[in-house]
Design a protein. Structure first.
Length: 303
């Protein structure tokens, strides 16, 4: 879940247990394009970017509360899959100002453990207008934090700070079609953006390609299938890498299906979230096979 991407958001795997440094957890390492200039890689918070760029300020100014911690209370806790736990959080319990964020951003949780209070970053899985906010936490067996988060019950409290991150859909994309590609809990920021986008009248066509191992690992399956049934502009595709004999859908890794789905959309902007290997292969495919400019490819990696 360490922020390490062109989008700047983390995903929901414990980076501390994946060999990433704790130093990276609090601030995003991002590649951004400002007014069409050369991308800049920088350790930046939203406030840092906004202090030097008026366009960013206009977009992110409602979300400049990232410097101080606030208490959050667990509202709901349940399993989404055998290894992923859903948590909903009341982030406005004692805050003087409401928690505001842009779809696709992330926050830090401060989690008491046997080794002390540990900070971990998690992408917000719900759209900005939904309260309480929602997260999905992968249980890492050897992890220090995720086992603790999996024991939390309604009424328990933590603290957080945020929001952070730039893995977001810019309104300037307008009616450009969108291809969202996610694996595992990399679905979280994509779900946040989808929930926001699908509420817009006349939104552009969008396809979500989601990759997991088995049917039991498909997160928010009923919800996503319901969205597909009621919205002709939304298409939901799942690829299973370890399907059983009952599975009638796509198989293998998501990389094998990107080109087909991208061509069906025309020339979409592609948002990719997951492990580095998958993201590198999707980015390479989009550039070489599909001929996309790098500005059409937005990615977030979490390992």
């Amino acid at each position: 879940m360490t922020p390490s991407s062109s989008g700047g958001a983390p995903s929901c795997v414990e980076a501390g247990e994946r060999g990433r440094s704790k130093r990276a957890l609090g601030r995003a390492s991002v590649e951004i394009t400002v007014r069409g200039t050369v991308p800049v890689t920088t350790g930046a918070s939203i406030a840092d970017l906004c202090s030097s760029n008026s366009l960013a300020y206009e977009r992110y100014s409602p979300c400049l509360m990232a410097s101080s911690q606030r208490m959050v209370r667990i509202v709901d806790s349940r399993l989404l899959s055998p290894s992923v736990r859903y948590l909903s959080l009341d982030v406005d319990v004692e805050a003087a100002t409401p928690f505001q964020f842009v779809a696709g951003q992330w926050l830090n949780l401060y989690v008491p453990t046997e080794a002390g209070v540990e900070k971990r970053a998690y992408s917000i899985a719900s759209p900005p207008e939904v309260r309480p906010i929602e997260l999905a936490i992968t249980h890492v067996d050897e992890g220090l934090v995720s086992p603790r988060l999996h024991t939390l019950a309604p009424g328990d409290s933590l603290s957080c700070d945020g929001p952070y991150g730039f893995f977001t859909r810019d309104p300037s994309l307008g009616q450009s079609p969108l291809l969202f590609v996610g694996t595992g809990t990399g679905l979280c920021p994509l779900r946040s953006m989808l929930g926001d986008l699908l509420n817009e009248p006349g939104h552009p066509p969008v396809t979500l390609l989601f990759g997991v191992r088995t049917q039991a690992d498909i997160l928010w399956r009923e919800e996503l299938e319901a969205w597909t049934a009621r919205d002709a502009q939304f298409r939901f595709e799942v690829a299973l890498s370890r399907p059983d004999s009952s599975w009638q859908g796509r198989t293998g890794y998501v990389q094998a299906h990107v080109a087909e789905l991208a061509r069906a959309l025309g020339e979409p902007h592609v948002f990719v979230c997951g492990l580095s290997k998958m993201i590198s292969e999707v980015r390479a495919l989009c550039k070489t096979e599909l001929g996309y400019d790098r500005k059409r490819i937005h990615s977030e990696r979490y390992d």
